[in-house]
Write a protein that binds this ligand. Structure first.
Ligand code: GLV
Ligand code: MN
Ligand code: MN
Length: 420
């Protein structure tokens, strides 16, 4: 495959767009808080739709709120080549996670429009709803429905910690589209993202050629003990759910360490009830996030989790109910898409390496229904899910140019295969 064109994106325009949209939900520490299906999410969606329309695209929305902005190609009977990611963020999110994937797609639309370049396939930019899974678990919820992993009804019934249902929140912001989610066919799907880890920066590489995504499992744990008086309950007679939870957090950490160097384990959300300083906590709720590139190792980690939390509960005079609410198996991306990205990096002269994603991405689910891969660029210190998340403008531009060339190369390659 040779370079499809000498087209290049406009780096300053892309950076200005990133800076501009970061004002929607900007936090005092320089990050973005734009939780899915909030008014701020609606605001950035409306901005995105207007910008895509101005770039010559036609917008449709499905009934999971996924937004598709399509630029016609020469043959509009063909499925589009898509560029997708997400505009929602973590509560203490940065300006780049997900956002550069969608905005680089917009930049490609603008670049194609300015040059008058005609692709064979339509080109489509997608904003996937609720990638983060912070407000409504699990992550990648709407790309999961798109890929047939979850049903729409199940997704609609997901509740945030305040008991608001996903379906109601989607209706509230006015983004229930007419198209049934999953009906849309894609010829291929590409996603540009920051690495969210330290490898590219440490090795002086600009482009990560993403070959797959590691497996991940999420659990919810409810620990039940007994509320009682902090002053008059002897230490020997307590059934302290929070104390048991502290011991359980050590267990989660220990299991991940036993499967080093690739396993990771995190307790990221915890609620104690009644959360009063002079009441021994009678109940807790917490979450566990386990990840590993090998699903069989994750199965062993799960077995250990269940056995060891039960043992801690027994020893602490409480009970623990452990539920696996999400199992996203390891994913291997499409060989043709991966090689299109590798060649685009090579031909652009960008130092690159193959890499497996430690983070979850919509591409992991879309890969089940369309040839898919991702392009990574470095982020400072590998820091992400943090307001200080940062990336170099030149690296983001390099990633967007690799994305552009990979998309155009795939357009040409797939067109060769189409019956004429
Ligand atoms: C998604 O952001 C994840 O990897 O948790
Ligand atoms: Mn992301
Ligand atoms: Mn994220």
């Amino acid at each position: 495959m040779s370079l499809a064109t000498n087209l290049a994106i406009d780096p300053a325009r892309l950076w200005d767009t990133i800076t501009e949209t970061a004002k929607i939900g900007a936090t005092p520490k320089g990050g973005v808080k734009r939780l899915t299906l909030t008014e701020l999410d609606a605001e950035v969606r409306r901005w995105f739709i207007a910008a895509c329309e101005e770039a010559g695209a036609t917008v449709t929305i499905d009934d999971m709120g996924n937004i598709f902005a399509r630029r016609p190609g020469r043959d509009n009977s063909l499925a589009p080549i898509a560029i997708g990611s997400h505009l929602d963020t973590q509560p203490t999110g940065g300006k780049f996670d997900g956002i550069i994937g969608v905005l680089s797609g917009l930049e490609l639309l603008r670049t194609l429009k300015d040059s008058g370049y005609e692709t064979t396939h339509p080109i489509e930019v997608i904003d996937w709803t609720n990638e983060e899974g912070s407000r409504f678990a699990p992550a990648m919820l709407s790309s999961g429905v798109f890929a047939g992993v979850f049903t729409k009804d199940w997704a609609y019934a997901r509740e945030d910690r305040a008991g608001v249902r996903f379906g109601d929140a989607l209706g509230e912001i006015g983004f229930v589209g007419a198209e049934p989610c999953g009906q849309h066919k894609l010829a291929a799907h590409f996603e540009l993202h920051i690495e969210q880890g330290p490898i590219l920066e440490a090795e002086g590489k600009i482009i990560g050629v993403v070959t797959g995504v590691q497996g991940m499992r999420w659990y919810e744990v409810t620990v039940s003990g007994n509320d009682s008086h902090a002053g008059s309950t002897p230490m020997t007679l307590r059934r302290d759910a929070l104390l048991a939870t502290a011991r359980m957090i050590e267990v989660v950490h220990g299991i991940a360490l036993e499967h080093a160097p690739h396993a990771v384990g995190t307790v990221g959300l915890i609620e104690a009830r009644p959360n009063s300083r002079n009441v021994i906590p009678g109940e807790t709720f917490f979450t566990v996030d386990f990840r590993h590139p090998d699903d069989s190792v994750l199965a062993v980690m799960e077995k250990k989790l269940k056995e060891r939390l039960a043992a801690v509960a027994d020893a602490s005079a409480v009970t623990a109910e452990v539920t696996c609410i999400w199992n996203s198996p390891a994913v291997h991306f499409d060989a043709d898409c991966v090689s299109a990205v590798r060649q685009a990096a090579e031909q652009g002269g960008f130092p690159h390496r193959d890499i497996i994603s430690g983070a979850g991405h919509d591409s992991a689910y879309v890969a089940a229904v369309a040839p898919t891969t991702m392009v990574f660029v470095p982020c400072a210190g590998g820091v992400s899910h943090n307001e200080t998340e940062s990336a170099e403008p030149g690296d983001v531009a390099a990633g967007a140019n690799v994305l552009l060339q990979a998309v155009l190369a795939m357009d040409a390659k797939l067109a060769e295969r189409e019956p004429t």
